[in-house]
Design a protein around this ligand. Sequence first.
Ligand code: ACO
Length: 329
Amino acid sequence: MKRPSVQISAMGRSVPARVMTNYDFAAIGIETTHEWVMERTGISERHIAGPDDTTCSMGAKAARIAMQRAGVLPGEIDIIICSTATPDRLLPATAVDIQASLGASRAAAFDISAACCGFLYGMTMAEGLIQSGAAETVLLVSSEKMSAITDWTDRATCVLFGDGAGAAVIRRSQKGRGILSTFMRSDGTLADLLYRPAGGATTPMSPAVLEARTHLVHMAGREVFKHAVRSMAESADRALDGARINGGDIDLLIPHQANLRIIEATAKHASIPMSKVYVNVDRYGNTSSASIPIALDEAMQKGVVGEGSLVLMVAFGAGFTWASSVVRL
Ligand code: ACO
């Protein structure tokens, strides 16, 4: 039996109002320059959560926009998947807080943890849940308050991240639109290259952990960079092969927005010119799993892509995890 096709029906996004530029780091005692950060990463500014911005509040705001555009009421949502590396609380899932905020009383709600690949992992799960008949309407929310797990005394990492959320309503497809291919991979042997060493069940929070700052993100930047370039290239190949197309057929590449040099390397490998690559890392920094849905929503709202466009999405993140997908919007 042919499995039903599944599509992104609508997108939404939400970022905190506060903007922090590269020039603002001096005020918090970080020795860096706008030129250094721009040259190494392509990041100029990022949005940072204010006191009232939570992973739930940003996610619910993005979700309401996506639901309104899709014409979906809270009671019609069967499943809420929240991808996040920054849950508001460790128990229960942030997805149930989003459910309560939306009043989506019929839904089952749970979180997934796949770092920057969370949106693409979640989209693949949503596709399977719909194809199996377990759900008709899935709300996928990728929301990240990276500022809460950033070490604001470490200049090598604090310049990289930003906060924000993106959301998608996912349903059966119409008129030949939909997800054409997906690819997911992980390598846990490399977990310690990008991680939070403490603060979990093995080494719970304690005064010693707080003092050593080991509950915050630690990263071996150069190693991560090398693996990101290699894995993003493989991911692009696998999604293109899965959809039986090549880079020249793609209308827009939306890579995970971590670093402009990684984005350029990915585009070059896939033979996609930079004119067909969506870049907003300069304005948002790395928002982990929110980066692809924020970029996709922005590209749709600006008319860079529309109904019928062929989009390749490629991500890489902690774990390591890497993933990709080709969709016909
Ligand atoms: N400003 C000025 N100097 C800095 C800064 C800063 N913000 N940060 C580090 N430096 C200095 C270092 O101290 C070092 O100085 P030294 O040579 O005197 O010791 C020098 O710059 C070089 O440091 P490196 O870490 O080797 O710099 P590199 O060229 O590798 O750039 C960077 C660092 C930007 C982090 C790079 O490694 C990178 O982009 N890595 C990938 C990171 C990434 O994208 N992570 C996320 C992907 S996965 C995910 O999204 C979860």
